[in-house]
Design a protein around this ligand. Structure first.
Ligand code: FAD
Length: 371
């Protein structure tokens, strides 16, 4: 039997798993390798702010695989033996493949030389931080490095938590850029700053972190900013941008800083049996931001191209859209929707974000909910 191995259950592979029947219909065995459950990042900051629980943010990968009738190997890919057509797993096991696809995501890029703090990814860590904050009595200081969409959403949700739980949580955001969300239209930048500042968030713009000094507990410390200002913290969260999971550079196939190098068919430029999609992939000729939406859009093409390769048919090309809709939720009761230079803010934008997020989660949860 021909075996198709899916490494990582990110946005694109969720959809391939969902189309498992098309693979069994042509006599192919689909095997998924992933160490845990799928945490939906669109709800990550809301998990931290206590506005969503796991039921609204997590897809139970083992239950999904069982419902779709595919084998799950609960392990992590650490290497590739291309000559033997096998992947190497963290447990020391090997798993053979005929076709292989990577969708293992990204990790937070630490700002120059900084070895402190918790990254905004994995998303599960944000849920753990929420539990730690709930367990700690008294005042607590959280510092966030990074003023992009993620840093702003995390700060906004912590400010929401402070109000909703009546907890004295001091929230400080530090960014080397001169504005918040530098990639967004100016109106969004101003609205984000206004939202955080009005609710008592402290924002340091145009300042990089010169050093971090360890504090009394494992998580605590003090940031020294380029201006000389000191920011003491009990928890430090890094929201300094995403980069492809470092594993992609240990596979012995072409990769760049942005990820595994693939063509528009999503095939490795080195090996037509190997595919990649989502944040761990770098599609030749496209410099894409690390956003889940690109993995979602690539998913149907990836599924069809895996099937076409099995059938020996021509493959499709995936041409990513240049601009994608994104909606910021700063937990202030309104959304900030933007696409290229256009933006609008309000309750309707927030409603649209909740609708789109819930629709994505329902699409997969419903497959196993009745089992
Ligand atoms: C707080 C936060 C909020 C965000 N909000 C948005 C948003 O609203 N919209 C948006 O488009 N993007 C958002 N992003 C960006 C988004 O998280 C990523 O772009 C997206 O998750 C990438 O999807 P992916 O499918 O490539 O990988 P992921 O969703 O990260 O999935 C990768 C999967 O691979 C598994 N895995 C990892 N390593 C291995 C391994 N070695 N072997 C096997 N399996 C492995 C993991 O368990 C995981 O299930 C946000 C990011 C953060 C941090």
């Amino acid at each position: 039997m021909t075996r198709v191995v899916l490494a990582g259950c990110g946005h694109a592979h969720l959809e391939v798993v969902r189309s498992a029947r098309a693979f069994s219909a042509v006599g192919a065995e689909l095997v998924l390798v992933d160490p845990g459950r799928f945490w939906y990042s669109g709800r990550g900051s809301g998990l931290l702010g206590g506005r969503f629980g796991e039921a609204h943010a997590v897809i139970d990968t083992p239950r999904l695989a069982a419902a779709c009738g595919i084998r799950l190997v609960a392990d992590r890919v650490v290497g590739l033996d291309r000559a033997a057509s096998a992947i190497l797993l963290a447990s020391g096991e090997r798993l053979g493949f005929d076709l292989l696809s990577f969708n293992i995501g990204s990790t937070v890029r630490p700002p120059g030389g900084l070895e402190a703090g918790q990254g905004a990814k994995p998303i599960a860590a944000l849920a753990s931080l929420r539990q730690q904050l709930a367990a700690q009595g008294g005042p607590v200081r959280v510092a966030i490095i990074g003023g992009g969409a993620t840093g702003c959403e995390l700060a906004g949700n912590l400010l929401h938590l402070r109000r909703a739980a009546g907890r004295p949580i001091a929230v400080t955001l530090v960014s080397a850029a001169a504005t918040l969300v530098p990639a967004a239209p100016r109106g969004v930048q101003a609205a984000a700053l206004d939202s955080l500042a009005k609710r008592g968030g402290l924002v340091h713009l145009g300042q990089s972190v010169a050093s971090v000094e360890a504090g009394a507990s494992a998580e605590a410390g003090v940031l020294t900013l380029s201006s000389g200002a000191l920011v003491p913290f009990d928890h430090l969260v890094l929201a300094t941008g995403l980069e492809a999971d470092p594993v992609v550079h240990n596979l012995g196939i072409a990769s760049s800083k942005a990820g595994l190098r693939v063509g528009e068919t999503l095939q490795s430029i080195d090996d037509p049996r190997i595919f990649a999609a989502g944040d761990c992939a770098a599609i030749e000729g496209h410099d894409l931001p690390k956003l889940g939406v690109y993995g979602v859009r690539a998913a149907p093409v990836l599924a069809r191209n895996l099937l076409a390769t099995l059938a020996g048919s021509p493959l499709e090309t995936y041409r990513p859209q240049r601009h994608a809709l994104s909606i910021l939720d700063l937990a202030d009761g309104r959304g900030l929707a933007m696409r290229a230079a256009f933006w609008c803010g309000g309750r309707a934008a927030l409603g649209l974000k909740h609708f789109l997020d819930q629709r994505f989660i329902d699409r997969y949860q419903k497959l196993y909910a009745r089992n």
